[in-house]
Design a protein around this ligand. Structure first.
Ligand SMILES: CC(C)(COP(=O)(O)OP(=O)(O)OC[C@H]1O[C@@H](n2cnc3c(N)ncnc32)[C@H](O)[C@@H]1OP(=O)(O)O)[C@@H](O)C(=O)NCCC(=O)NCCS
Length: 190
């Protein structure tokens, strides 16, 4: 069995950790409050809208998957409050993980997603089997592109997007990677 991905890291006031079912109600509230800004890129936003949506059950499902060696779904917290979310996804073969991230509208423009992606890179490389970490974003998503650039990832090309597209996405992704040998650890970059 594949080992579960390391699931918590801290930098100053910012914590990245696996979601707990108790986070569910606040997570839903942040997504709904940010829906207009998230919807263009995040195809899942409206799944959180129905009144009978059960966020704790969704988190339980993510955590069951993680325990079996699957994807990691994390919250990004600043001082204990939810700023956004992210993840490490097993989409690129046994030696790699792909990072995803989003921020609530209240948390943008202060570097929190860059910190979170840096911490997620550390978590990915905590597993000796992981040799590369990838960030893929639509070629028109300039805000997302800033994150791998700031972290020193290298642009390795473009390809057709294999994730479900948001309405603002073109379907063409730019791909960035960092290898274990090239990653200095987020603490060295901060
Ligand atoms: C992608 C997304 C997370 C980026 O959010 P963001 O706030 O721009 O990213 P960060 O938190 O890293 O903040 C970076 C911004 O803060 C500024 N900043 C301020 N202090 C900073 C610091 N200490 N460190 C880094 N950046 C800092 C940067 O200059 C940058 O602003 P700029 O783009 O005007 O130059 C956000 O746009 C989002 O949630 N989009 C919808 C979901 C999405 O597209 N996800 C990615 C799919 S591939």
């Amino acid at each position: 069995m594949t080992r579960p991905i390391a699931d918590a890291a801290v930098h100053g006031e910012v914590t990245v950790r696996r979601w707990a079912p108790e986070d569910g109600a606040e997570l839903r509230a942040v997504i709904l409050a940010s829906a207009e800004q998230l919807r263009p890129r995040m195809v899942w936003v409206d799944l959180w809208a129905p009144a009978d949506c059960d966020p704790a059950a969704t988190v339980d499902g993510w955590n069951d998957d993680w325990r079996e060696g699957g994807d990691l779904h994390v919250g990004i917290f600043e001082g204990g409050t939810i700023s956004g979310g992210g993840g490490l996804h097993r989409r690129i073969g046994d030696d790699g993980l792909e990072i995803g991230y989003w921020l609530g509208s209240h948390a943008r423009g202060r570097g929190l997603a860059t910190i979170a992606a840096g911490l997620l890179t550390d978590l990915a490389f905590a597993d000796a089997a992981i040799g590369r970490v990838r960030i893929a974003h639509d070629v028109t998503n300039a805000a997302s592109e800033g994150i791998p650039k700031r972290l020193g990832y290298v642009a390795v090309g473009e390809s057709a997007c294999e994730r479900p597209l948001g309405p603002a996405d073109t379907g063409r992704d730019r791909i960035w990677e960092v290898t274990r040998a090239a990653w200095p650890g987020y603490a060295s970059l901060a």
